[in-house]
Design a protein around this ligand. Structure first.
Ligand SMILES: *Cc1c(COP(=O)(O)O)cnc(C)c1O
Length: 399
């Protein structure tokens, strides 16, 4: 049988031909130290006890699995369920890996945790986890994003992290990555670069996946308990891919369970304004690892767009690339219009305002549910709540 579960990646950090460490040799040593420390620490009783306790008492785990009756009745067909990651402290799945990374940094004796942020979601979750664990945190953010994302900027300041505005280049995420990385290189032995999804050089795609896999482990047990069987289909949105792999991992060996990752088609796949990396990308390297990429002929990342800022990344997690190639997971797209429609239907039929990222997954579930029977079930990862998007959507739809 093809290897597709948590035994991956191989010892060099590859999932098939994807992943690895496309970084300068001194950093390879640093990453290998992190990998060794992770493999050792994560298995200790102390670490697991502390992590599981924080998941339960601080983040609010387990998050429930919820049957969306009114949405199901409206759509007709398969029954739609949600894994409620929107109910976690800070409102999304990101807290799962941020607590894990901050705790790992502390166990490794690191002095400072560093990261970049785009819309500020990773920044807020990481600043939260660092405040919790008691470790210094520094977040780099482009000047344009700072102007656009006022509430998240305020939260990061209140949470006590050092926010570094980046005024070079386009003053957006790409420049924030360069800036944060330069700071990291000043002292990579004592600093910890906390990556915000299942991307970056080995071991980060593995570490972030492992911390997120709690989502699928809980969901599998909860669904069995409720329904006495497994869901027929899993659906999750894919930016870098952490919430999707978090849900999928526990089900990879369940051959009856179909899995679908949903990418943003933005304004349309033929407009160039999308972030459908697995759907339209080609193989290449970005940010220290190999994966499908949206890139030009010279191998430079193309500009990407999504109405959901958490999905606009020109690369994608290496395990997703592998799962696509071996056809274990299907990858589909949803455009802005379909996303907004799902956002509004979910809000008005269920009283749950979803994150625009998650609304991509909801839209796809609604699309396929129609053609399925009422004894079939779809479990959607509701990766986050939409408080952050409410003003934007209200303006956009002139509500
Ligand atoms: C960041 C974010 C995403 C996208 O990240 P993945 O790594 O692909 O999961 C999805 N949903 C929400 C709510 C987010 O904040």
């Amino acid at each position: 049988m093809v290897k597709k579960n948590v035994e991956m990646p191989d010892k060099n950090g590859y999932f098939g031909e994807y992943g690895g460490q496309v970084i300068p040799p001194p950093l390879v040593d640093i990453m290998n130290d992190i990998n060794a420390a992770y493999d050792k620490v994560v298995q200790t009783e102390d670490f697991q006890k502390e992590l599981q306790q924080l998941y339960a008492d601080y983040a609010g785990r387990p998050s429930p699995v919820y049957f969306a009756k009114r949405l199901t009745d409206e759509v007709g067909g398969a029954r739609i369920y949600f894994k409620r990651e929107d109910l976690n402290h800070t409102g999304a799945h990101k807290i799962n890996h941020c607590i894990g990374e901050a705790l790992l940094a502390k166990y490794m004796g690191k002095t400072k945790v560093l990261a970049e942020t785009g819309a500020g979601q990773h920044g807020v979750a990481l600043a939260t986890a660092c405040a919790l664990v008691g470790i210094e945190c520094e977040i780099h953010m482009g000047g344009i994003d700072i102007e656009k994302e006022h509430p998240n900027v305020t939260k990061m300041k209140i949470l006590g992290c050092k926010l570094v505005p980046v005024s070079r280049g386009t003053r957006t995420l790409k420049d924030a990555v360069d800036s944060a990385f330069e700071e990291y290189l000043k002292d990579p032995v004592n600093f910890f670069y906390a990556i915000g999804s299942v991307v970056g050089p080995h071991p980060f795609p593995k570490i972030v996946r492992d911390f997120q896999s709690i989502v699928g482990r809980e969901a599998r047990a909860q669904f069995l308990e409720k329904e006495n069987r497994l869901p027929d289909v899993l659906v999750a949105c894919v930016g870098g891919g952490s919430n999707a792999i978090g849900l999928f991992t526990a089900f990879l060996d369940d051959e009856s369970v179909r899995m679908i990752g949903v990418e943003p088609a933005g304004k349309g796949l033929d407009t160039g304004e999308h972030a459908a990396t697995l759907t339209l990308g080609s193989k290449g390297a970005i940010h220290g690892f190999e994966c499908y990429n949206l890139q030009d002929k010279a191998g430079n990342p193309l500009p990407v767009y999504s109405i959901a800022s958490g999905l606009d990344y020109p690369g994608v997690g290496p395990q997703h690339c592998y799962l696509k190639d071996i056809k274990r997971v299907e990858y589909e797209t949803i455009d802005d219009v379909e996303c907004l429609d799902a956002f509004m239907q979910m809000s008005r039929l269920e009283g749950i305002i979803p994150a625009l990222e998650s609304a991509h997954a909801i839209a796809h579930a609604m699309k396929i549910a129609k053609d399925m029977s009422a004894d079939e079930t779809i479990l959607v990862n509701l990766s986050g709540r939409g408080d952050k998007d409410a003003d934007f959507v209200a303006d956009y739809l002139s509500l």
